[in-house]
Design a protein around this ligand. Structure first.
Ligand SMILES: Cc1cc2nc3c(=O)[nH]c(=O)nc-3n(C[C@H](O)[C@H](O)[C@H](O)COP(=O)(O)O)c2cc1C
Length: 354
């Protein structure tokens, strides 16, 4: 019988309440994004990739990625690196920070990462990939998972060779984005490979790539036998896509709802990154939220020009006054920031506004 997207499932001993996972995305998956994903029905959320070298050197910005909110669980924090000992050390920090799962990035195609021997480079270094997995899995007691691409070159089937070996080395689940590293985001994700991988391993497989609707999610679950689907770009500025995929509720959000969610996102991100970093970081989100025919295009251009996030909030409230009441309700439901887990000795100052 086919699993329903609303069913819970187990990733080793971690119960995941739905079969939709929010993708790790560098420059996107801040805490506000993950919390929002959980609220709209994602069963599991994931941090963006965090450098294990940055963790080792106690880089302030890197450590900021290890802040875990009380309402994020279950949460995976993803690490990347190329050295078993440093990866194991980083995994211990991730576990201490309160993550439920340590995920490892064996798929990033970006040169800055692969040239250090990390990310997709590991798809061509199976011995090292297994050594890292073994070191990390024995360093922590939470489940360790791996996210990978199909291989480096177009048409590669490296993931099918490597996947079972990673499971033998201790991986408790695998996520496959079946594009090659060379493809970046062109072409389509070939989920026939996901189906083949599911046949080869006895741990849950998560299917990532081009899942943008419930129809697509159900088709991929059915044709691959994957335990869950992962949603990435489809959820950027569009948490309603997650609700549609999980619940089948395709009611488009009102302008007031869109404005309220965006304002909450802005405020949470300012709290996490500080005004200076957040104001630049947030600009791409304005287009993502206000698109889909929700607001006229010149309005987005206007927001992008504004200097401070407070001006953005004021402008949004003027355009959709009804957003204030929705926002008040959303904010009342948020947990107290004091409940966030902070590692001992972690610098608070980086959160700009504490
Ligand atoms: C902006 C962006 C940043 C990403 N960063 C990461 C990352 O940090 N770690 C990772 O494993 N994958 C990363 N990915 C890949 C996604 O997790 C996902 O596998 C891919 O986008 C395909 O899914 P989609 O078609 O639903 O977007 C990123 C993708 C995008 C678009």
């Amino acid at each position: 019988m086919q699993a329903s997207l609303r069913d819970s499932w187990l990733l080793r001993d971690v119960e995941i309440p739905t079969r939709v996972v929010l993708a790790p995305m560098a420059g996107v998956s801040v805490q506000a994004f993950r919390r929002q994903g959980r609220r709209f029905g994602a069963g599991l959320v994931c941090s963006e990739m965090v450098s294990c070298a940055g963790i080792e050197h106690r880089n302030e910005r890197t450590l900021g990625y290890l802040r875990v909110g009380a309402d994020e669980h279950p949460l995976a924090i993803q690490i990347f690196g190329s050295e078993p000992r440093t990866m194991a050390e980083a995994a211990r920090m991730v576990e201490a920070a309160g993550a439920d799962i340590v995920d490892m990035n064996f798929g990033c195609p970006v040169g800055k990462v692969t040239k250090t021997g990390a990310g997709a480079h590991l798809l061509e270094r199976p011995e090292l990939a297994c050594a890292i997995t073994e070191a990390v899995a024995s360093a922590v007691s939470v489940p360790v998972t791996v996210k990978m691409r199909r291989g480096v070159q177009d048409g590669s089937r490296a993931c099918l060779e490597l996947g079972p070996r990673l499971v033998e080395a201790g991986a408790a689940a695998l996520t496959l984005h079946p594009r090659s590293a060379k493809q970046m985001y062109t072409g389509v994700a070939d989920h026939t490979l996901t189906a083949e991988l599911v046949e080869l391993v006895d741990v849950p497989v998560i299917a990532s790539g081009d899942i943008v609707s419930r129809v697509r999610a159900e088709a991929v679950l059915r044709s691959t036998g994957a335990a869950a689907v992962m949603v990435g770009r489809g959820a950027q500025g569009n948490p309603w896509a997650i609700r549609e995929i999980v619940l089948g509720d395709d009611t488009p959000p009102s302008r007031e709802e869109v404005a309220a969610e965006l304002i909450l996102f802005v405020r949470e991100t300012v709290r996490e990154l500080g005004e200076r970093r957040a104001s630049g970081f947030l600009k791409k989100f304005y287009g993502w939220y206000l698109g889909h025919g929700r607001f006229p295009k010149p309005f987005k251009n206007e927001l992008v020009q504004l200097q401070t996030t407070e001006e953005v909030v004021t402008r949004l409230l003027a355009a959709a006054p009804g957003a204030a009441a929705i926002l008040e309700r959303l904010e009342a439901e948020l947990p107290d920031p004091e409940d966030d887990v902070l590692l001992d000795g972690m610098p608070i100052s980086i959160y700009g506004g504490g």
